[in-house]
Design a protein. Structure first.
Ligand code: 13P
Length: 268
């Protein structure tokens, strides 16, 4: 059942506590937003700890990020433009999460994208995690840097800054942040142990096939990577920087027909 606006605000506070308690942000860092409809979006306020919010903290903005509603001293996140760019370019997205989880942010600071295929869940849920080039927070530089990845991925590292995830709803976008950080942590630790044992291209392709069969929504190299289109293993062979493909109509049709078949088989 669809949540009403107050329930969504309460969920935003719950997610804020989780993000804070898991150490994915320090102090007042991080922000997230939820799309209510084409011209109304809820977002966290700027300059407060997202671990201690109550529903009246949450602000409402229009599609340009202008304030529709903000209680007392609360004002929308200073990063609202970054969120609005995701909604503008990805009409399928219902929520955006920004955090600074320590392992993922360390990779973002070192300038290393997460591209090594090392565990099934990360390959299926995320594929690769590229790095959007550094931009000064709160300026248009970050939305502009993120934009090139929006047609192909549901998550990016933000160079020397943190991570950004998006999805159909807030839990989905938040879980992507958890998955991304866990992937980064495992990658970091396995490198300390002498280097991860990577999946072979064939093993990667079999995991991508599982994702296709599951009909998981969102953008992922399993369906979009130009390497995959060329019959080559994707996307882990292109260093996480591939943006040269286009989102083919054929891909969308393929995903939709597989989703339909899975739903039919499940009797939905
Ligand atoms: P806001 O409190 O303005 O959302 O900013 C936090 C942050 O992490 C900026 O990158």
């Amino acid at each position: 059942m669809a949540m009403n606006e107050f329930e969504i605000k309460k969920l935003m506070c719950d997610i804020g506590r989780r993000v804070y308690d898991r150490g994915m942000v320090a102090a007042n860092d991080g922000n997230f937003s939820v799309k209510l409809n084409d011209n109304e979006f809820l977002c966290t306020p700027t300059g407060v700890s997202k671990g201690f919010m109550t529903p009246e903290y949450i602000c409402k903005v229009d599609a340009k990020g202008n304030v529709i509603q903000a209680n007392g001293k609360f004002r929308p996140s200073s990063e609202i433009k970054m969120h609005m760019r995701v909604y503008e370019k990805r009409p399928d997205v219902g929520a955006v999460v920004h955090a600074h989880p320590s392992y993922a942010t360390s990779f973002a600071i070192a300038g290393i994208p997460l591209t090594q295929p090392i565990m099934p869940e990360a390959v299926i849920a995320l594929g690769c995690v590229p790095i959007a080039k550094y931009g000064t927070p709160s300026t248009m530089e970050i939305p502009d840097a993120v934009e090139e990845y929006l047609p192909y991925f549901d998550q990016v590292l933000l160079e020397s800054h943190g991570a950004l995830t998006w999805g159909p709803d807030l839990l989905n976008a938040y879980y992507k942040m958890e998955s991304l950080e866990f992937y980064a942590e495992l990658l970091y630790k396995s490198r300390q142990l002498g280097g991860p044992k990577e999946f072979t291209p064939d093993q990667v392709e079999r995991l991508y096939e599982i994702r296709r069969q599951m009909g998981i929504p969102g953008k992922h190299p399993a369906n979009l990577c130009p390497n995959a289109k060329a019959g080559k293993p994707s996307c882990h062979s292109c260093g996480g920087s591939c943006t040269c493909g286009g989102e083919g109509k054929a891909d969308a049709e393929l995903v939709s027909s597989i989703t339909k078949k899975v739903m039919e088989q499940l009797g939905l």
